[in-house]
Design a protein around this ligand. Sequence first.
Ligand code: 5GP
Ligand code: MG
Length: 179
Amino acid sequence: MIQLHDLHFQPYLSTEDIQTVVSDLAKQILLDYKDRTPLFIGVLNGSFIFLSDLVRSYNGDCEMSFVKYTSYEGTSSTGTITTDLAFPSIEGRDVIVVEDIVDTGNTLAHIYKQLENANATSIAVASLFLKPDVYKKDFKIDYVGKEIPNKFIVGYGLDYNGLGRNLPEIYQLNTTQND
Ligand code: 5GP
Ligand code: MG
């Protein structure tokens, strides 16, 4: 059990579990993109560790870049999204948006809107985690590492009010300890 600020978290996925999920995703993506040079675009801050492991598992030519939005405060989505770092030029590129986790899908909707008129050759989304019980939007998520229950998680890039991103494992909010 660990504590970040006022909340307690319990171990959920080990580093080995995560690496298996990430390298499986990289292999899947390589199969689809082997004749192209995809541009991986990581959504900061949460996806920086996932992206760095994903591209190191990706055994082919690729490029990478980042965008940054703010939508989360504490342990729930605020619904309002602001752009802190905008998309690079993606004209003629095979873009793969790399998300740490898709929850409500508000961020994803915002991203798809930004990409609509940018003349990319193709757009795909890879998310390490998806909360299917919360996600009610129709945007396609092409590559999902793991579907998880609707519980707040931290570690491996994911934070709780700034803390926990450096944890190598994934931890889940412990509801009994926090009552
Ligand atoms: P959405 O816009 O889909 O509701 O949320 C997207 C963003 O909220 C994610 O990219 C992530 O940064 C943050 N988020 C969603 N669920 C969680 C979670 O369980 N833990 C943490 N730490 N962040 C989350
Ligand atoms: Mg994110």
